[in-house]
Ligand binder design. Structure first.
Ligand code: ADP
Length: 175
């Protein structure tokens, strides 16, 4: 299994599944969520609305994940996950780890051989980048090998700062 950290735009990745740092409404938002819906077209939002009407009337819970079509993107699936908002008062690490673990489980369910993650919760949701990277890398290293058929886990980072955090964690962990 290959783990790699790259600088780039997740919407352009040639992988089977890309993960969206969505919010509970599944109706789109800013950051990576907005970029995915813009690039993937209205089919993704239509699929999200259908999920809200059927499986998730109250929204997708924080730490959970669900797959939809990827619309016009080169990926086959978008796996929407909801990371926790950062809190200095409460340790929400299990929820952020859960978002990665559930996304990997869903990747297994849809039969993805490759998956790309953004830095979930590390944008508008305010999670400090180094800690977000630590949780992301630890959780994916622990969980990805158990996902049948999965061979590539890529972290797609949107800044040099984020890339440094993720590649640092990855090289520490795999030394
Ligand atoms: P959250 O609300 O979970 O914090 P954001 O979308 O605000 O989600 O940010 C998550 C991370 O995704 C941030 O580090 C942000 O810079 C990054 N990001 C934004 N657009 C893209 C993109 N097109 N590809 C990859 N990462 C992106």
């Amino acid at each position: 299994m290959r783990f790699e950290a790259v600088l780039g735009d997740i919407t352009l990745q040639q992988v089977d599944a890309i993960v969206n740092a969505a919010n509970s409404t599944l109706f789109g938002g800013g950051g990576v969520d907005g970029a995915i819906h813009r690039a993937g077209g209205p089919e993704i939002l239509a699929a999200c609305r259908a999920l809200r009407e059927t499986v998730y009337p109250d929204g997708l819970p924080t730490g959970d994940a669900v797959a939809t079509t990827a619309g016009l993107l080169s990926a086959e699936h978008v796996i929407h996950t909801v990371g926790p908002v950062w809190s200095s008062l409460e340790d929400r690490t299990p929820l952020l780890a859960g978002a990665y673990a559930r996304s990997l489980a869903v990747a297994g369910e849809v039969g993805a051989a490759s998956i790309a993650f953004p830095a979930v919760s590390a944008g508008v949701y305010g999670w400090p980048m180094d800690d977000a990277a630590r949780i992301a890398v630890a959780t994916t290293l622990r969980n990805a090998p158990a996902v049948p058929g999965l061979g590539i886990v890529r972290y797609v980072l949107f800044s040099e700062r984020a890339l440094d955090a993720f590649s640092g964690m990855l090289s520490d962990a795999t030394l």
